[in-house]
Design a protein around this ligand. Sequence first.
Ligand SMILES: *Cc1c(COP(=O)(O)O)cnc(C)c1O
Length: 360
Amino acid sequence: MARAYNFNAGPATLPEEVLLKAQKEFLDFEGSHMSVMELSHRSKEYSKVHDKASALLRELMEIPPDYEILFLQGGASLQFSMVPMNLLDRNHGASYILTGSWSEKALKEAKKVGPVEIAASTKESGYHAIPPLEDIHWKQETSYVHLTSNNTIYGTQWQEYPQTGQVPLIADMSSDILSKKIDVSRFGLIYAGAQKNLGPSGVTVVIIRKDLIKHDDSLPTMLSYETHANSKSLYNTPPTLAIYLLSLVLEWAKDQGGVSQIEKNNQQKAKLIYDAIDESNGFYTGHASLESRSHMNITFTLPSSELTEKFLQEAGDAGFIGLSGHRSVGGCRASIYNAVPVEHCLILAEFMKKFQKTNS
Ligand SMILES: *Cc1c(COP(=O)(O)O)cnc(C)c1O
């Protein structure tokens, strides 16, 4: 059976190899005569899955030993609250860089916890770019600086992160984690919902420097990083099926040649589609300014809303899934996360060129 040309923004396509392996093991996980979903989360068999997911993520992202890896629930959206609840010192506040709707949502939750300031924002120019590093300002004593590494909705991505020195840098990497090499030691905390690059929805990965894990009796137990760090993310029942699928995706990523090979594939994929935009003589217009272009979400429009409609209609008829832009911005968006094959990007680029030829 042929796989759909799935350009969904999230939940997104998963590697076919992962789905086939999960199918093969579905009824009988490693000779247990049980599905992985039916195992106790305290069993030896499940422990192996849980530990493997954590070890593979550490290996692939080269996460240093002084960082804890947590598997939580509540999506990246719950991290918008957990980050300030655990890390915002009310005497000093926290700093947020606004580059799109997700950073606005993160800011909104932080405001409920304590004072916040905006370190930089590209809202006025329609979020078409990441702010230049020299335009970002925070108070020396701020609790942390928060940014969104890839703006899923607007299609922009940080190419270089600010140097924050002693101030912890916190990143929502939901839509570009594991898509390129990063230096984890530059960050105090990284979080990501799994459903874009890591697996299915239902598990959220948090990578936190150990010295930032504090004891705070005033926090609800489930919302404290300390609780989950002290219990290896097994304080309560974790999303075992999602973590199992995460472990398979990480195995797949390693088989691909690890993050450096995945990064190369992603560059190639993005180039195919950006070239179709850039060589269209203005038929396709990219939303992001050149230096801020995302390698994960490519946003563009056509010369009129009628043509955009027609493009989406015909793309749908041709078997492309998920190419409408986010409901808040319109236009078109191709999300080309790690698991989207190069082949599918090539087919989309060809479709774009053909559509232009017959409609201009
Ligand atoms: C998808 C997304 C979120 C929301 O994730 P949930 O897991 O649905 O809460 C947050 N931030 C970014 C950058 C995203 O792409």
